[in-house]
Design a protein around this ligand. Structure first.
Ligand SMILES: *Cc1c(COP(=O)(O)O)cnc(C)c1O
Length: 402
């Protein structure tokens, strides 16, 4: 099934409305904090920039520690941020058929040099932090929760990002609420929160050039974030990259070396302030759709469908599953990746397997993360993926699994 000139986005982003673009008072961080029930949130120019500020702050507190442990299956930007600060990156393999850090592997990596451990709330699903927090405490390391994909996810009624020392959300295009690029820092401890604010103030410059560019990009996003516009802005480059045999670019995993670092301007903050009012209803509808659809995916033979752990609720940007064999995931993507139906993978490789990261990521085999990467499949949870399209995806999956 290929509906001409339409493209479902790979994740469920909140569409902007024309009125969002009018000048408005800036209360994005304040409104979000009150919606989520968190202490004050700190706005930065991207999730990666938020992570940079977090790492710089923690380094000031523990200058003797210089190593950061990240899961071997996560966003390449996390590795690039660690590298950019001159910190040592250590990869931790994941659990089998999962993206959570393997506690046994993690225990072997933690020592007196460990500055921070960065578990990921992938796919908006709350990571299991129990053993991570215990191991971090035992070796004196900080925990930074990567909640880039999990704005609105909760555990025990509380927002993600508050069990560890620091958490961050992303406001990049396609990640739930977006101001094209943006990030938010949160911390439960008052002293640490003040230190993060001070570090942000001291380190992040005003950069008019970047802010102009991002403002234009946000206008473009507002204009094109719908199936016809996405066909042009997202689908055309996707298919071109696939024809070139460049799946890393197709999936959106190729990032430039330079990480922009600047303050977010008032107009973009205002756009976010308007859009954020629609976020709770949007997330609730997404969750309801996701929970209904994962039940139907579960009926497929042999697949693992990832769901909320007891006591948690996800933000559900996409549905995530693994097929029994890598060849099956390849075959399904071969058939549907360029069909405009919002299929893909969260990230295409485990971190050591990106050629372009060579020299910046330790070249250590990460077999379980690589296996997860090879078998994982994401299905958009966008409201634009209608019943007919979802039923078609189910039929294709059933055929390849049969
Ligand atoms: C997107 C993402 C990031 C980086 O956030 P940006 O806002 O794009 O800089 C970090 N971690 C994960 C898991 C992500 O998905």
């Amino acid at each position: 099934m290929r509906r001409r000139l339409r493209e479902i986005p790979p994740t469920a982003g909140l569409p902007l409305q024309p009125a969002d673009l009018l000048p408005h008072t800036d209360s994005l961080a304040v409104q979000l904090a009150s919606q989520l029930g968190t202490p004050a949130l700190q706005l930065e120019c991207s999730g990666t920039a938020a992570l940079l500020v977090a790492l710089m702050t923690l380094r000031q507190r523990a200058p003797a520690r210089d190593t950061v442990i990240v899961p071997a299956y996560t966003c390449p930007l996390v590795a690039l941020a660690v590298h950019r600060l001159g910190l040592r990156l250590r990869l931790c393999d994941t659990l089998a058929d999962h993206w959570d850090l393997d506690p046994q592997a993690l225990a072997g990596l933690c020592d007196e040099h460990t500055l921070a451990i960065i578990p990921t709330h992938l796919a908006g699903l709350v990571a299991d932090l129990e053993s991570v927090l215990a191991l971090a405490r035992a070796c004196g390391a900080f925990v930074i929760e990567d909640a880039a994909q999990a704005l609105g996810a909760r555990e025990g009624g509380q927002s993600v990002g508050l069990r560890g020392d620091v958490g961050f959300f992303s406001l990049a295009a396609g990640k739930g609420l977006s101001i094209y690029e943006g990030g938010l820092l949160l911390a439960r401890d008052d002293t640490l929160r003040s230190a993060l604010q001070a570090a942000g103030k001291a380190a992040v410059p005003v950069h008019g050039g970047w802010e102009w560019r991002r403002s234009l990009e946000l206008l473009g996003l507002a204009a094109l974030y719908r199936p016809r516009g996405l066909w042009l802005a997202y689908g055309v480059p996707l298919r071109r990259a696939l024809r070139r045999g460049d799946p890393v670019t197709a999936i959106g995993d190729r990032f430039p070396d330079a990480i922009p670092f600047h303050r977010v301007g008032r107009w973009r903050r205002g756009v976010g302030s308007r859009a954020v009012r629609r976020l709770p209803a949007f997330l609730a509808a997404n969750r309801e759709r996701a929970l209904a659809r994962i039940e139907r995916l579960r009926a497929l033979p042999g697949v693992t469908v990832f769901d909320e752990r007891t006591g948690t609720s996800g933000s559900w940007p996409f549905l995530l599953l693994t097929l029994p064999r890598a060849q099956q995931t390849e075959a399904v993507l071969g058939e549907l990746w360029s069909a405009g139906l919002g299929l893909g993978r969260p990230f295409i490789h485990a971190l050591p397997d990106y050629a372009y990261l060579a020299g910046r990521v330790p070249d250590v085999p990460m077999p379980r993360a690589a296996d997860f990467a090879a078998r994982a499949l994401s299905i958009s949870n966008s409201h634009w993926l209608d019943e007919e399209a979802f039923a078609h995806i189910l039929r294709v999956l059933a055929r390849h699994l049969g």
